[in-house]
Design a protein around this ligand. Structure first.
Ligand code: ZN
Length: 254
């Protein structure tokens, strides 16, 4: 079996360590594909679209992590290879149809092909998050998990009104505190479990590394037209920094 990533293509995950209480994770940061997958049969234009990555999310995650001195973990390859925020046992971890776009290279994947993708990209990513949290725990550091995503303004012809949405699990201490803080800005349309929720299977990372480990956690979704340029991404990083900075420390303790 050939390795999915060439020796010059790795690693799957980029890690930067900080000194603060937050761990920032960005699963859909990149539209990069391993050379061996030959663009999955998609055009360069399709690979620039939301189907391949969360537009603006990587830069927002980096800016936010720098401002709050967080640990940052970024997936370096596209969700089209394997979605690091889905259970790999589910078909939607290997998207073959995104809205109306067929992904030819993801049709009829064999169990071995799926396992290769999980081994090359999914496992190293989640093992890195796990190790980092283990190290923080061993050092007795308070830890809360934030994942950073972006969503499209229109989905299947329906306009999405929210500027920001927080996706939560059953443990809502951190998201509830953030919803209250974000809601104080009357101009903001804030979604609670919008435009997705755990029912859409989008809670994999916050469940595995947050809920299941007893750490405060929330998934933050920003509408991608609001992240379209540097100034807007910087403004959102500032806004989230203010919101997180104003939180009562009690929400940081599970
Ligand atoms: Zn995403």
């Amino acid at each position: 079996m050939e390795a999915l990533l060439g020796p010059d293509e790795g690693p799957a995950v980029e890690v930067r360590e900080g000194g603060g209480p937050f761990v920032v994770v960005c699963e859909h940061a990149s539209n990069r594909l391993p050379r061996a997958l030959c663009s999955l049969g998609l055009s360069p234009a399709d690979l620039e679209r939301h189907i391949a990555w969360d537009l603006g999310a990587a830069d927002l995650a980096e800016r936010l992590a720098a401002k709050i001195d967080a640990d940052l973990l970024v997936q370096r390859f596209s969700r089209l290879v394997v979605d690091c925020n889905r259970d790999p046992a589910l078909p939607d971890a290997f998207c073959a149809l995104s809205e109306d776009t067929v992904i030819p290279g993801n049709r009829d994947l064999t169990p071995t092909q799926k396992a290769d993708r999980v081994a090359a990209l999914f496992d190293p990513f989640h093992f890195a998050v796990e190790r980092l949290i283990d190290d923080r725990r061993a050092a007795g550091r308070a830890t809360a998990l934030l994942t950073i995503h972006s969503f499209t303004p229109i989905y299947r012809g329906v306009t999405r009104p929210w500027h920001v949405g927080l996706i939560s699990t059953s443990e809502r201490t951190l998201p509830d505190a953030m919803l209250a803080a974000l809601g104080a800005d009357r101009k903001l349309v804030v979604g609670d479990n919008q435009p997705y929720s755990a029912k859409d299977n989008v809670d994999y990372t916050i469940r595995r590394h947050g809920l299941d480990r007893g750490l405060p956690h929330v998934m933050i979704e920003i509408r991608n037209d609001l992240l379209a340029d540097e100034a807007r991404r910087e403004a959102w990083a500032d806004r989230l920094t203010r919101v997180l900075g104003a939180l009562d420390r009690s929400v940081m303790v599970a």
